[in-house]
Design a binder for this molecule. Structure first.
Ligand code: NAI
Ligand SMILES: O=C(O)/C=C/C=C(\O)C(=O)O
Length: 487
C-alpha cells in the first residue's frame, strides 16, 4: 500500500513487498508536474515470485465453488464502493482527470466490473453437440491457469479491473500490471483484496515499466494468456514477441474514431454528446470521437456551436469538485499532442479553438494543461486524421452524401468505434452495417452494457472483451466425446 511518502510496493502472495532489484521509478502528478511518489520497477525476479505464488494458489482457486468465487468478487466490489472517495482522489491525483469524473465514472465502473463478472461466471454455460444415436460431445471450459493483465493509464482502475475481474471469475490466478504512469489505485486494490480475505497469490499486482515488468510478464513461460490494453505499436510488439510462444493474446488497442453527423440529427443533443465524446477525460479514451464528419447543411452551425463549447471548457485543477477538464497525463504525452497540433498547421489545418498549452497559477503552475482543440481544413489522409493523437484534439470535415461519409470514415487503419447521428433509422442501420469498426453507437456515445462484445478490428486490436467474450478468452475449451451404442 502507498505509505506516507507515497512509496508504492508490489502486492505478491497477499503481501506488500519491495522489488527484488530495489529499483524505483518516480511517480509524477500531472496537475503539478512534481514528483509525488515512487513505484517499483519490477523485473523477472519479481515476476518469478508472483508466478510461484499464483501456482500455489491456483489448484484451490480453480476448484472453488462458483458461488464462493463470486462472493469474493462481490466483496471486492463492495469495498471499492466503500472507498469511493479515497480511490477517486487517488485517481484524479495520479492521472490528472477531474475528481468528479473519477467519482462518477471510473471508480463506480471498477466496482461494476467485479459485480458483473461475479454474476457472469454463474451464467457461463458450455455447449453440447449430439451425434444422433451414437455419441454426445460436451465442452468443458477450464481456466487457462496463470494469466497476465496489462493496462494503460487513461482509465486506470476501470481498465485494470475490466481484465482482472473476468480472469478471476473464470478461475485463473492473475499477475497484473497497471501503467507505470498511474499506479496508485491499482496499488490500493491489493489492500482491498487483503481486507476481503482473497486467498493469497490469487491476484498479484506488479509495478514497473513496459520494457522491464511488462515484457517479463509477457515472456514468462508459466503465464499462458495475456490481456493487453494500450497503444497499437505496443500491441504489435507484444504480438510479435508472443507469436512463437503460442500464448492466448487479447489486444485492445488504439482508435481514430469517426463521428458521422447528419443534417437531420437532433441538433442540441448531438452537439452536447459529440462534444462529450470528443473531450471527455481530456480526449484520452480509446473510444473518443476524433474525426468529425458533418453534413453540409448544418456544418457551419455545428462548427460554431462546438467552438463556443470548447472556448468555455477551461482546464482547472483536477482536484476541484467543479473541474470538467483536467490535466494531460504526462509531459511526454502533452508534447506528443502539441506535436500533432504543429503538424496539423504544417499540413494546412486551421486551428478554430484551443491549440495551446494552458498555464494555471498556484499549485498547478507547472501542470500539463491543454485547451480543447478543434481543427479544420485538413485532408482525410493528413496525419491528424490518420494517426491516434489520444488527446483533446478533433478535426472537422464536411460531406454531402451517405456514401461520402462512409468512405471517409472507412479510410483508416483503425477500426474501433464509430458514432452515427441521425433521426433516419434506416440510414443509421445501413451505415452501422457497413462501417468498419467493432463498436457503433447511434445517437449516443459510451453507453455501456457490460454484456456486449467490446473491441476493435484492424489496428484497433484482436479479440473482444466484455460479457461472455471475456469468459471465453480466459478459459480453454476442451471437448469431450462419449460414444454410446444405440439399442
Ligand atoms: N487504450 C488505448 O487506446 C490507449 C492508447 N494509448 C496510445 O499509446 C500511446 C503510448 O502510450 P503509452 O502509455 O506509452 O502506452 P503503452 O501501450 O506503451 O502502455 C500500455 C501498457 O503497456 C505496458 N507496456 C509497454 N510496453 C510493453 C511491452 N513491451 N510489453 C509489455 N507491456 C508493455 C505499459 O507499461 C502499460 O502498462 C499513447 O500516446 C496513445 O496514443 C495509450 C494508452 C491507452
Ligand atoms: O470498457 C469501456 O467502457 C471502455 C474502455 C476504454 C478503453 O479500453 C480505452 O480507453 O482504452
Amino acid at each position: 500500500m502507498p505509505d506516507a511518502h507515497n512509496i508504492i510496493e508490489n502486492f505478491i502472495d497477499g503481501k506488500y513487498q519491495a522489488p527484488v532489484n530495489n529499483n524505483y521509478l518516480d511517480n509524477i502528478e500531472p496537475a503539478t508536474g512534481l514528483i509525488y511518489g515512487q513505484i517499483p520497477n519490477s523485473d523477472v525476479a519479481d515476476v518469478e515470485q508472483a508466478v510461484t505464488a499464483a501456482q500455489q494458489a491456483l489448484p484451490a482457486w480453480r476448484a472453488l465453488d462458483l458461488e464462493q468465487r463470486a462472493d469474493y468478487l462481490i466483496a471486492i466490489a463492495q469495498e471499492i464502493e466503500n472507498q469511493l472517495e479515497s480511490l477517486a482522489l487517488a485517481e484524479a491525483t495520479d492521472n490528472g482527470k477531474p475528481v468528479a469524473l473519477a467519482r462518477m465514472v471510473d471508480i463506480p465502473r471498477a466496482a461494476s466490473n467485479f459485480k458483473f463478472f461475479a454474476h457472469a461466471c454463474s451464467q457461463f454455460a458450455s455447449e453440447s453437440h449430439a451425434i444422433a444415436n451414437s455419441a454426445i460431445n460436451y465442452t468443458l471450459r477450464q481456466p487457462v491457469g496463470i494469466v497476465g493483465c496489462i493496462s494503460p493509464w487513461n482509465l486506470p482502475l476501470y481498465l485494470f479491473t475490466w481484465k482482472i475481474a473476468p480472469a478471476l471469475a473464470a478461475g485463473n490466478c492473475v499477475i497484473a500490471k497497471p501503467s507505470e504512469v498511474t499506479p496508485k489505485t491499482a496499488a490500493m486494490l491489493g489492500a482491498i483484496c487483503q481486507k476481503v480475505g482473497l486467498p493469497n497469490g490469487v491476484l498479484n499486482i506488479l509495478h514497473g515499466s513496459g520494457a522491464s515488468t511488462g515484457s517479463a510478464i509477457c515472456n514468462h513461460p508459466k503465464i499462458s494468456a495475456i490481456s493487453f490494453t494500450g497503444g497499437s505499436a505496443t500491441g504489435a510488439a507484444i504480438a510479435t514477441q508472443l507469436a512463437p510462444k503460442f500464448k492466448k493474446l487479447s489486444l485492445e488497442l488504439g482508435g481514430k474514431n469517426p463521428a458521422l453527423i447528419f443534417d437531420d440529427c437532433n441538433f442540441e443533443n448531438t452537439v452536447a454528446e459529440v462534444f462529450r465524446a470528443s473531450f471527455a477525460n481530456q480526449g484520452q479514451i480509446c473510444l473518443c470521437a476524433s474525426r468529425l464528419y458533418i453534413q453540409r447543411g448544418i456544418y457551419e452551425k455545428f462548427k460554431t456551436a462546438l467552438i463556443a463549447k470548447a472556448q468555455a471548457l477551461l482546464p482547472q485543477d483536477p482536484l476541484l469538485n467543479d473541474t470538467k477538464m483536467g490535466a494531460i497525463v504526462s509531459k511526454d504525452h502533452l508534447e506528443k499532442v502539441l506535436g500533432y497540433i504543429d503538424l496539423a498547421k504544417q499540413e494546412g489545418g486551421t486551428i478554430l479553438a484551443g491549440g495551446e498549452q494552458v498555464h494555471l497559477s498556484g499549485r498547478c503552475q507547472q501542470g500539463y494543461f491543454l485547451q480543447p482543440t478543434i481543427i479544420e481544413g485538413l485532408s482525410n489522409n493528413a496525419s491528424c486524421n490518420q494517426q491516434e493523437i489520444f488527446g483533446p484534439v478533433i478535426t472537422l470535415q464536411v460531406f454531402d452524401t451517405d456514401e461520402q461519409a462512409l468512405a471517409l470514415a472507412n479510410e483508416s487503419q483503425y477500426g474501433l468505434a464509430a458514432t452515427i447521428w441521425t433521426q433516419n433509422i434506416n440510414r443509421a442501420h445501413q451505415l452501422a452495417e457497413q462501417v468498419n469498426t467493432g463498436i457503433v453507437w447511434i445517437n449516443c456515445w459510451l453507453l455501456r452494457d457490460l454484456r456486449t462484445p467490446f473491441g476493435g478490428m484492424n489496428h484497433s486490436g484482436v479479440g473482444r472483451e466484455g460479457g461472455l467474450e471475456a469468459m471465453r478468452f480466459f478459459t480453454e475449451p476442451k471437448n469431450v466425446c462419449i460414444k454410446y451404442s444405440a439399442t
